[in-house]
Design a protein around this ligand. Structure first.
Ligand SMILES: O=C(O)C1=C[C@@H](OP(=O)(O)O)[C@@H](O)[C@H](O)C1
Ligand SMILES: C=C(OP(=O)(O)O)C(=O)O
Length: 442
């Protein structure tokens, strides 16, 4: 690798996405999961005893979470584990207290998971973040916390900025929310629920609930720290969750690689007809990225899970796909990028809520792929993608890490793609340009 290929152009600030001259053949070690790291930090902070996180993700979203918990009084030592096995963070819970100010950046996990923690604290906790954080929905958390006995001052829009006036505890009990705009509302209430006086029962009422694997991740991780969680099923899908009041255990947890961040690397194998191995791919996981094994196989590759990890091999052709991504919405930008390079059209469905993510992802993908000569149209709940020969040009990213990695995927097959603000990938993947150029050997 030349150092320059991993850097944006100093004059334009644009990053020339490397064009792949041939099939990639690489092993790519992917850092820890954002979703697991930020849940583990919250649960460790709420525990009755210290705990460890091994191989945590160190990225903007997780450092914001750690910093916010510190301002509430929790001690988090970032360092190496005692046995030399890599990075490990020691979390030492303490009495939660304000006054404090939390910067959520544009992290959905921080802006949704921490208000219930703040309600348990003693004193006011102010929440604010990037301009986009003011537009992302938070009403499910605000209304629920009020119903459960917390005091919150906001400007009446159900969004940031706001102040949670922590009263040192939360009564808890039964609450109804509409979580059709984000599964994180449910996860947020469950994660702190064991510490509420009466626990919590969350009932989802409203349209389709997205990202169910992420709620399963919350439930699994709560159970792993000793919480009692019930999920009565109605019509095959859970829409009620109950967490009993209890103390939580401090655990020693190894964080899995982030399978959604593995996506661009697996896509590189598919797009170039090459081969990429991601070590430590878990045999069983609640991460939505595990669905890539099936989705990318249907789009033309094959994969094998062995002791070495997941090896994905591209078959030389890419096929379009008709798929409902409602459970795995965060995979949409990467799938759309691959679909734009396929030999037949694709329909991506079930992802209307992506309009409320880091940016309006449906609008952004449509505009940017079409800007390179593509033919994408928005539907009510997704995208129609009709592949056409693409040309180089600037791929705008709208402060969205997954837009930047989507542009890089297209750049593998289309010469002259330049990514605006590639550093936005630091939200969840601090070293993306270097990892990408190393994978390609450029
Ligand atoms: O709980 C989590 O860790 C996440 C849940 C999902 O949010 P939505 O349900 O808002 O899509 C997902 O898109 C996000 O990247 C991470
Ligand atoms: C939607 C995402 O993030 P957030 O946790 O900010 O919602 C994402 O990472 O794709």
């Amino acid at each position: 690798m030349t150092e320059s290929s991993a850097q944006p152009d100093p004059l334009t600030g644009l990053w020339p996405a490397p064009y792949a001259g041939g099939p990639v053949d690489a092993t790519v070690t992917v850092p820890g999961s954002k979703s697991v790291t930020n849940r583990a930090l919250v649960l460790a902070a709420l525990a009755a005893e210290p705990g460890w996180l091994r191989r945590p993700l160190r990225s903007r979203d997780t450092l914001l979470m750690a910093e916010a918990l510190r301002t509430l009084g929790v001690k988090i030592d970032e360092g190496m584990g005692p046995d030399g096995t890599g990075e490990a963070w020691r979390v030492i819970p303490a009495g939660l207290r304000g006054p404090a100010t939390v910067d959520v950046g544009n992290a959905g996990t921080v802006m949704r998971f921490l208000p219930p923690v703040a309600a348990l604290a003693d004193g006011p906790v102010r929440f604010d973040g990037d301009p986009r954080s003011h537009e992302r929905p938070l009403h499910g958390v605000i209304d629920a916390l009020r119903a459960l006995g917390a005091r919150i001052d906001d400007d009446g829009r159900g969004a940031l900025p706001m102040t949670v006036h922590g009263g040192g505890g939360v009564e808890g009990g039964v609450v109804e929310i509409d979580a059709s705009s984000s599964s994180q509302f449910v996860s947020a209430l469950l994660l702190s629920g064991a510490r509420f006086n009466h626990g919590v029962e969350v009932r989802h009422v409203g349209g389709r609930l997205p990202s169910l694997p992420h709620i399963r991740m919350t439930v699994d991780m709560l159970r792993a720290v000793g919480a009692q969680v019930d999920e009565p099923e109605h019509g095959g899908q859970p829409n009620v969750w109950r967490v009993a009041p209890s103390a939580l255990l401090g655990r020693d947890l190894v964080v899995e690689p982030d399978l959604s961040n593995a996506q661009p690397f697996l896509a590189a194998a598919l797009v170039t007809g090459g081969r990429v191995t991601v070590p430590d791919w878990p045999a069983r996981t609640t991460q939505p990225g595990d669905a890539l094994r099936e989705i990318f196989t249907e789009m033309g590759g094959s994969c094998e899970l062995t002791d070495r990890g997941l090896t994905f091999t591209g078959g030389g052709r890419i096929h379009g796909i008709d798929v409902d991504l409602g459970e795995v919405g965060e995979l949409t930008p990467g799938i759309a990028a691959v679909a734009a390079l396929a030999d037949s059209p694709s329909t991506l469905r079930g992802v209307a809520h992506l309009r409320l993510h880091e940016t309006d992802r449906l609008a952004a993908l449509t505009k940017e792929i079409n800007g390179l000569g593509g033919d994408v149209t928005e539907t009510e709940d997704g995208l129609h993608i009709r592949p056409r020969p693409l040309r180089g040009g600037v791929f705008h990213t709208y402060h969205d890490h997954r837009m930047a990695t989507a542009g890089a995927i297209i750049g593998l097959a289309v010469d002259g793609v330049e990514i605006e603000n590639v550093r936005t990938t630091e939200k969840t993947l601090p070293d993306f340009p270097r990892m990408w150029t190393e994978m390609l050997g450029v």
